[in-house]
Design a protein around this ligand. Structure first.
Ligand code: ZN
Length: 243
């Protein structure tokens, strides 16, 4: 089975459409959450995701804020301004969809899915080998897929040496998966690993492989729409640099 794994779309419809086109035909789509927040297109993104066949979708921390289950004060000023706007414009049926998403980690075959981390699915960032190590005890499957940090990367626990490594991943270079690993497909709508292209991954369940990928999209057009609706300039600027 060929699975499209993506996360952190953040209301960037143009980037989402570029990823769906670039991925081609897939059997399933696994979305690790944060459909909204930051970008100009919360409704268009949620509607597009809702229509994807064979979808498994997790709840992200920005999604929780927009459905009113978490005070917006939890977020920093710029993130909060976008969430306030999204809360205002999001349609009732899109809120219903977000409310239906699971906030706990979920097992799909050999993979555990979580937005942030398996031990703290909504909030914890797995950014270094220490936070990765603490999470290897919190899932039973051979691998775990997470988003939230917006960084395309892979952590491996070497079962012989008991050491955790942060491994380089390169777009289009397929990785043979080894137990145990934590993999992040990167962010579709707001990459923070200095590559501004939309990030995602293709997971092959039979071959047990993971291929990180990047898709180009019209960043300037999204920046214009961010400015047009009066969202913070920072959210527009960072898209061009990928941070
Ligand atoms: Zn996010």
């Amino acid at each position: 089975m060929r699975v499209l794994v993506m996360s952190d779309i953040h209301a960037n419809y143009t980037a989402l459409m570029a990823v769906l086109a670039d991925a081609g035909a897939v059997d399933e789509t696994w979305c690790l959450g944060d459909l909204v927040g930051y970008g100009p297109d919360p409704n268009a993104v949620v509607e597009e995701i809702r229509d994807i066949p064979n979808l498994t979708c997790m709840l992200g921390n920005h999604d929780v804020a927009v459905i009113g289950k978490m005070p917006l004060e939890t977020f920093n000023g710029d993130a909060r301004r976008s969430l306030t706007y999204h809360e205002k414009v999001i349609s009732a049926s899109n809120v219903d969809f977000l409310r239906s998403l699971p906030s706990n980690a979920k097992v799909c075959g050999e993979a555990t899915l979580a937005h942030g981390s398996p031990r703290d699915p909504l909030w914890e960032y797995i950014l270094n080998t220490l936070s990765a190590r603490l999470n290897f005890e919190h899932f039973e499957t051979p691998w775990c897929f997470v988003g939230h940090s917006h960084i395309q990367c892979k952590f491996t626990l070497n079962l012989n040496t008991d050491r955790v490594s942060l491994d380089q991943v390169k777009p289009d270079v397929t990785i043979a998966l080894q137990p145990k690993s934590i993999l992040n497909p990167g962010s579709v709508g707001q990459p923070r690993d200095r590559d501004p292209r939309a990030a995602y991954a293709i997971y092959d369940t039979e071959a047990r492989t993971w291929t990180p990928r990047r898709a180009e999209y019209d960043i300037a057009e999204v920046q214009e729409r961010i400015r047009a609706v009066g969202l913070p300039e920072k959210h527009a600027a960072r898209l061009a640099e990928g941070w």
